[in-house]
Design a protein around this ligand. Structure first.
Ligand SMILES: Nc1ncnc2c1ncn2[C@@H]1O[C@H](COP(=O)(O)OP(=O)(O)OP(=O)(O)O)[C@@H](O)[C@H]1O
Ligand SMILES: [Mg+2]
Length: 221
């Protein structure tokens, strides 16, 4: 860890990164608040006049049909249930803007499937924020991701709060209380352990448990 950041110093640091084409990664365990925090950061930077885009790693989930065919539905969210090579290829394109719009995929939590070419990243964008589980993971194609990020922040949230939020989100998206609990403490927790082991490679660790970080948290994925 080479940077000391908290929620108040993270924003000015992100502003410093809006020079030329820069890629900032945000990682952390399932339910740590990556999507929520990254959306908030990008919205605040956009409001302040910076050309910023948000490209979540989640867009590279394999389709539900592809997972079902391979019997991988129960472990959806594990490292091998994503197109890691596709994500690496997109990060490479984003690092070297050629004047055209790069279209990124987006994961839709209601459909439970990715949607191709849904997020435009125009040549004017100076900072691309990308967020997801395996940005610092060092196995297979994931191992290349770190070298394509200019900086990577790890979001750290109290485990009990993280479990509660994750379980509540699973219920909100249609799972029964028992299924939500099983998912949170089962496959999500196995992934959480893999991710927690990557925290030491982050440039900064941000504690996200501060209340009031988000007023519109309920609307986010
Ligand atoms: N500061 C906050 N206060 C209250 N609730 C929050 C806060 N941040 C996030 N949440 C809620 O916690 C849940 C998990 O947050 P979020 O989806 O952003 O996590 P994530 O790290 O992106 O998870 P995943 O790895 O599963 O994509 C969401 O339902 C979100 O609305
Ligand atoms: Mg998320």
């Amino acid at each position: 860890m080479s940077l000391r950041l908290d929620l108040s110093t993270a924003f000015p640091r992100a502003v410093e990164l809006t020079r030329g084409r820069t890629i900032l990664g945000i990682t952390g365990s399932p339910g740590a608040g990556k999507s929520t925090y990254a959306e908030r950061l990008v919205r605040d930077l956009s409001t302040a006049g910076y050309a910023v885009a948000l490209v979540p790693m989640d867009g590279f989930h394999l389709s539900q049909a592809a997972l079902d065919e391979r019997g991988l539905g129960p472990v959806k969210g594990a490292p091998h249930t994503f197109d890691a090579e596709g994500y690496v290829a997109l990060l490479r394109r984003l690092r070297e803007p050629d004047g055209s719009v790069v279209w990124a995929p987006r994961f839709d939590r209601t459909l439970e499937d990715p949607i191709a070419a849904d997020i435009p990243v125009g040549p004017e964008v100076t900072l691309v924020v990308t967020e997801g589980n395996y940005l610092l993971y060092d196995q297979g194609a994931w191992a290349t991701v770190r070298s394509l990020l200019d900086e990577c922040w790890y979001l750290d949230l109290d485990e009990q709060v993280r479990h509660e939020r994750l379980e509540a989100r699973h219920r909100r998206f249609g799972r029964s209380p028992a299924e939500a609990h099983e998912r949170t403490m089962g496959s999500d927790e196995a992934n959480a352990r893999l991710i927690a082991a990557t925290a030491a490679r982050a440039d900064a660790v941000l504690r996200t448990s501060e209340p009031g970080l988000l007023r519109s948290a309920e609307q986010t994925g």
